[in-house]
Design a protein around this ligand. Structure first.
Ligand code: ATP
Length: 139
């Protein structure tokens, strides 16, 4: 059997994940990528989306990541993100409220709207809702 790799997902507030896993699939800005033990080292930025991995008993686990960076080493993946939550930590109603706020902002005709900020808030909310509804695949 292949060796496990260490996965660490860190935000400015806390360690969200720190465990030995079989494989990591993450939403890179150039597309989703997978990391197994022995992978060539690389560094990439991440999109807002769904990071998933197989834990050491082979169970699939889902984590929301708000973008950030991932460093892959042959035996370790480190993710640094502004925010991240395991699927069971996602508050669906909060994400829905954030979605509605962002949607209203984008649809309003006020001139002082920061569109990039509203769009990013919308993307975070959509990704959280998708993951909370069953490990969604939107990145
Ligand atoms: P909101 O407007 O609801 O704060 P947001 O996308 O602006 O949403 P972030 O800036 O990504 O929020 O995160 C701020 C903090 O709140 C982080 O600690 C993040 O983990 C947490 N958080 C945000 N939304 C949720 C959610 N729906 N469920 C659980 N935790 C959340």
């Amino acid at each position: 059997m292949a060796e496990n790799i260490k996965l660490e997902i860190v935000t400015p507030e806390q360690y969200v994940v720190s465990e030995d896993v079989q494989i990591v699939m993450a939403p890179g800005t150039l597309g989703e990528f997978g990391v197994l033990f022995g992978h060539t080292p690389f560094l990439t930025s991440l999109q807002i989306g769904n990071l998933h991995y197989k834990d050491n008993s082979g169970r699939e686990q889902f984590v929301f990541v708000s973008g950030g960076f991932a460093e892959a080493l042959p035996d370790k993946v480190t993710v640094l993100a502004e925010s991240a939550e395991r699927v069971e930590e996602i508050d669906y109603e909060r994400a829905k409220a954030a979605y509605e706020r962002a949607q209203q902002r984008l649809e309003s005709r006020e001139e002082d709207i920061d569109y990039n900020r509203a769009r990013a808030a919308l993307q975070r909310a959509v990704a959280r809702m998708n993951i909370a509804q069953g490990g969604g695949s939107v990145h």
